[in-house]
Design a protein around this ligand. Structure first.
Ligand code: ATP
Length: 542
């Protein structure tokens, strides 16, 4: 009985293994067949010519030649299909990628005259031409001329066509009477004709423009962020550009405004900057100040890397007041000595990161709003040279919501609701070349940015999960906790008396700034904060 059961179990396991093997084999064969069909479709002329040749040979009675022609027709399809199915990466690198790029280049070169004409880049003029020839007349020949009207086209010169990865680059020189703006205006129809996902124009010289067509969208796949290890001050790597190159955002000396509707992925950029600076925070050369007006849900996850956190408008005003005092003290110290602040451990770069700026500048009571806007405007106007920079995220870019929009020196447009919003965020005329309002909701973290040279680029931020943020916060905690001004009436709420508390647990030690010591004992000057009483526990406890 027992041996029967064991035998039945063995045969059941065998049957399951056989079924699994069969399923895998069928799947593999289906994938090979699909790849072979793709290959045949891409080389249809080659296949048809050889099949035709094989048929002719067979009709002529040459069996062997006919078989060889068929092997030549379908052999490469089979080899490519097996290669592509089993080793897709090497197939793409060695075979499919170079062949595809060569096809793009050939297509542009071959069709340039047609493309340029259809995209409105060429002009034509009609001229009369006269042809001369010999005509017979009464037995003798004489020279006769014939006049006809011909159309002569003049195209901009296609100087070079290059490819790299999924990019097709066309270097175009204007024809006489044309401007680079004409070339840029034709980039959209050129991209549509080439079936490109996106495009951008870079002006190389006063008469040469490089049109970069993105033939395959490399931003469709979300990519998780990596825990930063090196100390970078000037810039952080936020994700990738549409050509696959890393997307670096300059932090030092810039105030950054991130605009995107709900769910557009502002969190990725917020954490890309804050977590990207975390090693520098731990080293003591950067100090992060967090204002999270979504009740602290965003900053709460990685609170450890912040020196100070505010989670409601009242706390935010207190935090801004404190930061402004740091800025003023630094300004007094720098006056007449240096013009641009250089971050050091004793004198770090201060980064104020605000999530949901609108709560502070539009959706709170009038007095708090006014005070917050005043403080923020001062920080924005004076901070750049004094080593205090701002990163602010907001959903609604309208002037009545973000009145300080013009004081930010760089903007990132995530998914927006309308072309009008794109214009507000990126500037006049940008809705056509950087259409942030057309970003798919399925691609959160995708944004349009305007480069320093005025060119635009599409980028996608890497994805910061809560777990990753927590890991970064645990790995790179801020060695300093800023004490913020509190109203004397309720001093017990926050760790008063420890202005700059040096954390005992980890990281390099950073001494308190003289300013913070001076301000420690002063009563809070800001009307709204002191009026409303003490900020809650959210402040000062990083
Ligand atoms: N870079 C990214 N890559 C992939 N998915 C992302 C990325 N960024 C965000 N997401 C996804 O989009 C969702 C919304 O992101 P996020 O919370 O950052 O949006 P938000 O703009 O801050 O929205 P809200 O203003 O409503 O808080 C996330 O839960 C996540 O699933």
């Amino acid at each position: 009985m027992g041996s029967n059961l064991a035998a039945a179990r063995v045969s059941f396991v065998d049957a399951r293994a056989a079924a699994a093997l069969l399923t895998r084999t069928v799947r593999f064969l289906r994938a090979v067949l699909r790849a072979a069909l793709v290959w045949v479709r891409g080389h249809v002329r080659w296949v048809l010519a050889l099949v035709g040749f094989a048929v002719i040979l067979r009709l002529l009675g040459n069996q062997i030649g006919s078989r060889e022609a068929l092997v030549l027709a379908f052999g490469p399809a089979l080899v490519s299909a097996v290669w592509a199915t089993c080793w897709p990466v090497s197939y793409e690198r060695v075979c499919a990628g170079p062949a595809r790029r060569a096809r793009w280049r050939r297509w542009v070169r071959k069709n340039w005259a047609h493309l340029s004409r259809e995209c409105g880049l060429s002009v034509s003029r009609t001229t009369k031409s006269r042809t001369f020839g010999l005509a017979p007349k009464e037995g003798s020949r004489f020279v006769a001329s014939q006049s006809q009207t011909v159309t002569v086209w003049s195209h901009p010169r296609l100087m070079d066509v290059t490819t790299a990865g999924s990019l097709l680059r066309l270097m175009i020189r204007t024809r006489t009477g044309q401007t680079v703006q004409d070339l840029e205006a034709a980039a959209a129809p050129l991209a549509a004709a080439a079936g490109a996902h996106a495009y951008r124009c870079v002006q190389m010289t006063p008469s040469v423009v490089e049109v970069v067509l993105v033939m395959q969208d490399s931003l469709t796949q979300a990519r998780p962020a990596e825990i930063p290890e090196a100390v970078y001050l000037n810039a952080v790597t936020l994700g990738r550009r549409q050509d696959g190159a890393p997307w670096h955002l300059t932090v030092t000396g810039r105030h950054t405004l991130v605009v995107g509707c709900s769910g557009s992925g502002k969190g990725s950029i917020f954490w890309g900057v804050c977590a990207g600076l975390a090693p520098a925070v731990r080293a003591g050369v950067v100090r992060l100040w967090g204002v999270d007006l979504k009740r602290g849900v965003e900053v709460g996850v990685g609170r450890g890397i912040f020196s100070a956190v505010a989670t409601n408008p009242i706390e935010a005003v207190a935090l801004l007041t404190r930061l402004l005092s740091v800025l003023e003290e630094r300004g007094n110290r720098m006056a007449g000595n240096i013009r641009l602040h250089q971050p050091t451990q004793a004198d770090p770069l201060h980064v104020l990161a605000i999530d949901e700026l609108a709560v502070l500048t539009a959706y709170t009571d009038a007095e708090t709003k006014k005070e917050a806007s005043r403080l923020l405007a001062e920080i924005l106007t004076q901070g750049r040279a004094l080593g205090v920079v701002v990163l602010a995220c907001v959903q609604d870019p309208r002037k009545e919501v973000v009145g300080l929009r013009g004081l930010f020196t760089q903007t990132i447009a995530l998914r927006l609701r309308s072309a009008e919003e794109t214009r507000m965020v990126l500037g006049d005329g940008m809705a056509a070349v950087a259409p942030a309002h057309r970003i798919s909701p399925a691609l959160p973290g995708t944004a349009w940015v305007v480069e320093e040279d005025g060119s635009t680029d599409r980028v996608r931020a890497d994805w910061w999960s809560d777990q990753l943020v927590r890991q970064v916060a645990a790995l790179h905690p801020s060695p300093v906790v800023e004490g913020l001004p509190v109203a004397p009436a309720q001093p017990a709420d926050i760790p008063v008396g420890s202005d700059d508390v040096t954390r005992a647990d980890s990281g390099p030690r950073v001494r308190a700034t003289p300013a913070s010591r001076q301000r420690k004992s002063r009563p809070h000057k800001t009307g709204s904060a002191s009026r409303k009483g003490s900020p809650s526990n959210g402040i000062g406890a990083a």
